[in-house]
Design a protein around this ligand. Sequence first.
Ligand SMILES: [Zn+2]
Ligand SMILES: [Zn+2]
Length: 123
Amino acid sequence: MQCPKCDAEMEDVEIYNVIVKRCTSCKGLWFDHAKHEFLRDQEDADEIDTGDPEFGKVFDKKGDISCPGCSATMIKMVAVDQPHIHYESCSQCFSVFFDAGEFKDFVVKDIFSFFKDLMAKER
Ligand SMILES: [Zn+2]
Ligand SMILES: [Zn+2]
């Protein structure tokens, strides 16, 4: 399977008996059948997101990608409770693509990011 963002090869990463595809180059993550929702609630599932978030931001700007699973054009989405996270979703096979660093961000619960913001201001 080829990465929809940079065309590099994607590798299988297994976590909680779920296979996730990770790009060997840009480290983007592809989850089929909305498995990101299941993994979001699993402890340490975000360790599969090994890429550099700064690098991910570069690829985040690349739009109109085709789903690597079914070739449909993926739709740009914004995480409901974290509007700074942009990911791509396939309306045909319900897969999603996260750029490097975005999934790690996605699994962090709101209360923690809020707390981190407070700490940052007090320093
Ligand atoms: Zn890639
Ligand atoms: Zn698809």
